[in-house]
Design a binder for this molecule. Structure first.
Ligand code: THG
Length: 270
């Protein structure tokens, strides 16, 4: 399981303030904490106005790289911001994202190809997020036709089936899982990513919903969740799900996390 740490995101109030004030210490603290908690990539999203976003994203990349060695997940819909950020990274990044929206593929695929990046492909196009599995699969098929055409191998692709709120559509979870299943049948080498928290919008006890969804999504084949690695409950569910599914030989990761006090009741972990 490769975790994408989500906390450096300019849509969050304190992060936005730190980006505006160029508060390096605040961002670097978020980077270090997520790295220590087990993130594989750190998502960086400046969330600022398009004219500032290239500079702000490059500032985030440089600021984070001063304190951690992890590769970054460059999260922007702005081709200019991605272009600038790709030049600033030390390690091969994961680009978040391409989709079937006009302009995005043309701008981003050459970057992915030229810098040998990995890339997230969203199951949506210019008409938005399709409601049913078949239409999402159709978008995925056309995106993979384009990445293949550009010479990008399927194992560099992370398909995001896209998660919508259960409160507005009770099949949201199932549609995401079934989109993964249908995609895997056609394209066995691609990976799967998703942001978890959309599932629980508008519901009480959102954390319980997010945790349960994570366990089921892992069982459905999610291998690169976008989440808050500082959330102990989520990390507990992640490690336990992997173990129960047989993906943690000799339960080593689970036991190690327990010994390190990363899971379990903080007082009895040693
Ligand atoms: N797919 C892909 N990329 C994504 C998303 C996705 N990038 C952005 C987002 N979704 C994932 N990142 C975050 C970052 C922070 C939070 C949620 C998702 C977050 N949200 C809290 C909430 O939802 O209530 C708190 C908000 C707040 O504090 O204001 O923290 O789906 N490819």
């Amino acid at each position: 399981m490769k975790i994408i740490g989500e906390k450096i995101n300019g849509t969050l109030k304190l992060v936005r303030k730190a980006v505006e004030e160029k508060d390096e210490a605040f961002i670097q603290d978020l980077a270090k904490q997520q790295a220590d908690a087990g993130a594989y990539w750190l998502d960086v999203n400046a969330g600022t106005l398009p004219e500032h976003e290239p500079d702000d994203l490059v500032w985030l990349v440089r600021t984070v790289q001063e304190v951690v060695d992890l590769p970054l997940c460059l999260d922007s819909a702005n081709v200019e911001a991605l272009k600038a950020a790709v030049k600033a990274v030390k390690k091969t990044p994961l680009i978040n994202s391409i989709s079937g929206e006009s302009g995005r593929l043309e701008g981003v695929l050459p970057l992915v190809k030229d810098h040998d990046c990995e890339v997230i492909a969203l199951a949506m196009d210019g008409n938005g997020i399709p409601a049913d599995v078949e239409s999402r699969l159709a978008v995925v098929k056309s995106l993979i036709a384009e990445t293949r055409n550009a010479g990008i191998s399927d194992d560099r692709i992370y398909i995001d089936p896209l998660v919508t709120a259960l409160a507005t559509g009770i099949q949201s979870g199932q549609v995401a899982f079934k989109t993964m299943e249908a995609t895997r049948l056609e394209f066995p080498d691609v990976h799967f990513t998703m942001g978890l928290s959309n599932i629980s919008f508008g519901l009480p006890e959102r954390k319980v919903v997010n945790k349960t969804f994570l366990a089921l999504a892992i069982a459905a084949g999610l291998d690169a969740p976008i989440l808050d690695p500082l959330d102990r409950d989520l990390m507990e569910i992640l490690l336990t799900s992997e173990m129960v599914l047989g993906n943690d030989n000799y339960c080593l990761n689970y036991i190690k996390a327990f010994r390190e006090g990363k899971i379990g009741n903080k007082t009895d972990s040693k």
